[in-house]
Design a protein around this ligand. Structure first.
Ligand SMILES: Nc1ncnc2c1ncn2[C@@H]1O[C@H](COP(=O)(O)OP(=O)(O)OP(=O)(O)O)[C@@H](O)[C@H]1O
Ligand SMILES: [Mg+2]
Length: 291
């Protein structure tokens, strides 16, 4: 087949997926660990712009774990984690906000804009998008917040006007204090609040691994029950715990499918949304249905 015909064929193969998802929201969580190089970040930005121009409403939520840790170390503060969550002192909170809202958010916004999108960066504080309260847990995690409520009005307004929202996982507490929210948890609550068709979590592993030391041990589909069963087990380590919780929360909250995929693969989210190739781990109430 001539080269141009092949290209047309590839484009037309995306048609059923474009028809399925046009008009719906897809929440993409871009993990800090998957932001390994500029070309990869640019590919993610292009995927987002592509989704936007075929009529999908993408909402980006980003993490920034490694960048926050690097900045803390530069300032002589030792990062500490409990069950994948960063212990957040007042000083750490200041650093986290600076890196997430000041640096990473604006970098993603600029990349999307450079690809022809119109991105607007927000933190959870803006227009009360994410009201936050202190997360209570056995260990005192300091300013680690959990989502109290979402007011998705600003996301609706932005999407309706053709803007792409990029959200930093920082929220305000009842007294206006800042809280650091795990980006996976924030993405799930946002996906539920906007009634997303999918939650895609881009990370730095192929998906959920049955054995975290073996990249070949990918679990490709999980039902809610199976996902909950895994959560307590010792094979789900730090980092993957909030992701699994996030996927469970999203699906329980009515998001049909949550995906944890390898953000190191260029255009991973395009492959996920627009082809019949299932990549990574898909969590759904009923995984027998495809897509
Ligand atoms: N069973 C498992 N399967 C896959 N990965 C696992 C598992 N258990 C633990 N992990 C770890 O989870 C990590 C991903 O979580 P991590 O929080 O580091 O990245 P991220 O959430 O994508 O980035 P950020 O926190 O900056 O948003 C993997 O790099 C891996 O080391
Ligand atoms: Mg993480």
């Amino acid at each position: 087949m001539a080269d141009v015909e092949e290209r047309a064929q590839i484009l037309i193969e995306a048609l059923p997926y474009i028809q399925q998802f046009a008009g719906s929201t897809i929440v993409v969580k871009h993990g800090g660990s998957a932001m390994v190089d500029h070309e990869l970040r640019r590919a993610v930005a292009r995927d987002i712009v592509m989704m936007h121009f075929v009529g999908i409403r993408p909402v980006v939520v980003h993490g920034g774990g490694p960048r926050i840790s690097a900045m803390m170390e530069r300032l002589g503060i030792q990062p500490e984690f409990v069950r994948g969550l960063r212990v957040t002192t007042e000083q750490t909170m200041e650093v986290a906000q600076m890196v997430l809202v000041g640096s990473i958010n604006k970098e993603i916004v600029s990349l999307i804009n450079a690809e022809g999108g119109q991105a607007v960066g927000l933190s959870g504080k803006d227009a009360n998008l994410i009201r936050t309260r202190k997360m209570e847990s056995e260990a005192d995690l300091g300013y680690v917040g959990e989502v109290e409520s979402i007011d998705a009005g600003v996301l609706e307004t932005l999407a309706a006007s053709g803007y792409i929202a990029v959200v930093s996982p920082v929220g305000a507490g009842p007294k206006g204090e800042s809280f650091n929210i795990n980006a996976d948890h924030a993405a799930a609550e946002l996906a539920v609040a906007v009634g997303a068709a999918k939650l895609i979590n881009l990370t730095d592993v192929p998906g959920i691994l049955a054995d975290p030391d073996d990249e070949e041990s990918l679990i490709s589909t999980l039902t809610l029950d199976e996902a909950q069963g895994l959560l307590g087990g010792e094979d789900i380590g730090e980092g993957m715990i909030p992701k699994l919780e996030s996927a469970i929360r999203a699906v329980e909250g009515g998001v049909p499918r949550a995906h944890i995929i390898d953000g190191r693969i260029p255009h991973a989210s395009l492959i996920e949304v627009f082809t019949d190739r299932g990549i990574g781990t898909m969590i759904s109430a009923d995984p027998s249905t495809d897509g």
